[in-house]
Design a protein around this ligand. Structure first.
Ligand code: FMN
Length: 214
């Protein structure tokens, strides 16, 4: 198994880092013979889409002219290959102003590309990557889902739409909410219960991989 492990928090004492690390740890107990590709957007942010990249993507003709190996697409190709080589993706991310932090948006801007990871059709965008599970550990200072939710959630619908349009439709969200108000013991408890909920999905992935079915 190959895990692409992405973190987005700039903090060391980060709830979303801890959550994503525990998700990866759980996967490793099920399939120890696993490689991990690390993409730490929190500590080493990638640049936002620059002029060369934006110009390459501007029209079908500019995209065709740029080709895969153009300098403007080198970073995008590297990130897409990391994604293609993964059997499972684990993302740890804070909620920032109701949605994903800009470091994760910068990654999305590189991996969604017409003609490479998705097709543009009259009926909409169609993914070109094969589906695989994506586990997303979210840390939010307040509450955006379930009992007591009192703010917008543009994170989960947005991320599902972005990943879905390249073919990643199996997205599991693990929301660790109210980090501004909970103590360490409560955070530990919530993380454990969130991971317990995705264990069946992890088991079926591990079994499928072990049998060569995935
Ligand atoms: C710029 C910024 C914007 C934030 N926006 C929200 C928000 O919209 N909703 C929310 O519940 N918490 C918000 N927070 C709080 C973080 O989601 C919270 O501190 C979370 O635990 C950070 O993740 P981490 O612990 O992995 O670093 C925001 C924090 C920052 C720094």
């Amino acid at each position: 198994m190959n895990i692409l492990h992405i973190d987005c928090s700039p903090r060391r004492e980060s709830h979303s880092r801890q959550l994503s690390a525990e998700i990866v740890g759980k996967l490793l107990t099920m399939l120890p013979d696993t490689t991990i590709c690390r993409r730490d957007l929190g500590y080493e942010p990638i640049p936002h889409a620059g002029a060369d990249y934006a110009s390459a993507l501007a029209t079908p003709a500019s995209l065709a002219a740029a080709g895969r190996d153009a300098a403007a697409l080198v970073l995008a190709e590297q990130l897409i290959q990391e994604l293609e080589e993964s059997d499972v993706v684990v993302i740890g991310t804070p909620m920032n102003n109701f949605t994903v932090p800009s470091v994760l948006k910068a990654w999305i801007d590189q991996v969604l590309r017409v003609g490479r990871t998705m097709k543009s059709t009259p009926a909409g965008k169609v993914g070109m990557l094969h589906d695989r599970p994506v586990f997303v550990g979210i840390a939010s200072g307040g509450v955006f889902a379930g009992d007591g939710a009192n703010q917008h959630d543009f994170l989960t619908p947005y991320l599902s739409a972005a990943l879905g349009c390249i073919g990643l439709n199996t997205v599991h969200y693990l929301p660790l909410q109210g980090t501004a108000f909970i103590d360490e013991a409560r955070a530990n408890e919530v993380r454990h219960s969130l991971i317990a909920k995705i264990e069946p999905a992890m088991m079926s992935l591990a079994q499928g991989l072990a049998q060569g079915l995935v």
